[in-house]
Design a protein around this ligand. Structure first.
Ligand code: ADP
Ligand code: 5GP
Length: 191
């Protein structure tokens, strides 16, 4: 039987990890996205149950209490995100490898839980002003939320060394190519 593996992408918000993850999913049919649960509101282009499971805070905290999460974080004050054990079970059972898009703390935590079955990749940008510009261009957060995300980013950069590998997302095609090579190599290895 094929052993399911996990690829974890983490980065400060705005670095481009969702963009990279979405593109990678079109490249390998045996990779499947772990749909996280969150208490934040859906963005206009997001599909419920495809990008996230959008939950009320009460439903999220009920799931915390009944042990449904493999990991969860209060990523921003009052805003929760978490990985459901049922997602990992579903994807591995289907014979696929799972791909995660997590904040930096969650990525480190999950990498420790999944050990050699996981590859944790940190996505970075050249500097904070690039991050700021990308968040402004994306246009999905208001000014206050962007400030919160940038403040968190300044703390997150210190954790790059905790990851198995890192990729600078300056040129998107090059970043994608590096990610694809790393993943192909990791999925080939017998662990
Ligand atoms: P994250 O998931 O890390 O928060 P996104 O994937 O949403 O980040 O990317 C943030 C914004 O930056 C999006 O508008 C995206 O289109 C853009 N972006 C991603 N990669 C690049 C890149 N290499 N160069 C310029 N813009 C990029
Ligand atoms: P966004 O609101 O931009 O979709 O995500 C905000 C942050 O939460 C991103 O860094 C994203 O990777 C992270 N995130 C998404 N899902 C999870 C999750 O299940 N667990 C954790 N710890 N972080 C998550």
């Amino acid at each position: 039987m094929k052993i399911g593996k996990a690829v974890i992408f983490s980065a400060p918000s705005g670095s481009g990890k969702s963009t990279i993850v979405k593109r990678l999913l079109t490249k390998r049919r045996d990779l499947e996205f772990s749909i996280s649960a969150t208490t934040r509101a859906p963005r206009p282009d997001e599909v419920v149950g495809q990008d996230y499971y959008f939950l009320t805070k009460k439903d999220f905290l009920d799931k915390v209490n009944n042990g449904s999460f493999l990991e969860y974080e209060e990523v921003y004050p009052g805003v929760y995100y978490g990985t459901l054990q049922s997602e990992l079970d579903r994807i591995w059972k289907a014979g696929n490898h799972v791909i995660f898009d997590l904040d930096v703390k969650g990525g480190i935590k999950l990498n420790e839980i999944l050990k050699i079955r996981a590859l944790a990749i940190y996505i970075k940008v050249k500097n904070l002003s690039t991050l700021k510009n990308r968040l402004i261009t994306r246009g999905t957060e208001n000014q206050d939320q962007i400030t919160t995300r940038l403040a968190k980013a300044s703390e997150e950069v210190a954790f790059e060394s905790k990851f198995d590998a890192s990729i600078t997302n300056h040129n998107l095609d090059e970043a994608l190519q590096s990610a694809e090579e790393m993943i192909n190599q990791f999925l080939k290895e017998v662990r």
